[in-house]
Design a protein around this ligand. Sequence first.
Ligand code: C5P
Length: 226
Amino acid sequence: MTERPDVPVITIDGPSGSGKGTIACKVATALGYHLLDSGALYRLVALSAQTSGISLQDAHKLAELAHDLDVRFDSNENGEERIWLGDEDVTTLVRTEETGAGASTVAQISAVRRALFERQRAFQQAPGLVADGRDMGTHVFPAATLKIFLTASAEERARRRHKQLKDKGLDVSLAALSRDIEDRDRRDSERSVAPLRPAKDARILDSSGQSIEAVTQTVLDWVANL
Ligand code: C5P
């Protein structure tokens, strides 16, 4: 599937805990656009592998899993994203640090990335799409209308993630979380396929010390001035 020049795409890439998911969701809602949470797809591959006893080193089986994923996204009554794997609601399960670490392992396998590529492209539907991840602007939507690389200091990202998990009832130590985030950043930036880096034409947005509302407004101002 080729990119469609008639349907605008806003890509928001960046490291773990930079706030991409939250900002992407707010921007998509404000613009009435579709939302692609590409990280969830990698997380779902890791989660399905775990439940079906497939090793995270088995590239062939993992690519098959990625190709056949029976995933559905919708939202609950508060407008929060919900994720279904078959008829199971996996919204909470998919967010654990364990699944995140598994996701960054399967994300290193190029056959898995290829299997997810078309699935991601298919999200480009009218009136527009906000896509968040690591390689949205560099690989999946290289012709995107607006590319953003969202960052924040490592300490702030760990703190935010900690709060996010706590709010979801998941208990993790801040120190362990900082280590996980550093490990994941390293794996994501150093891998040979689609490493985490800003697209050449991306605008860098540092969200350290900024509220969700302020960052969302910056993005919406950029969209308005395109
Ligand atoms: O964004 P999230 O934390 O849900 O992503 C989980 C993992 O999936 C990341 O650490 C990364 O390894 C992988 N990923 C990726 N490419 C994307 C989105 C996520 O490699 N576009």
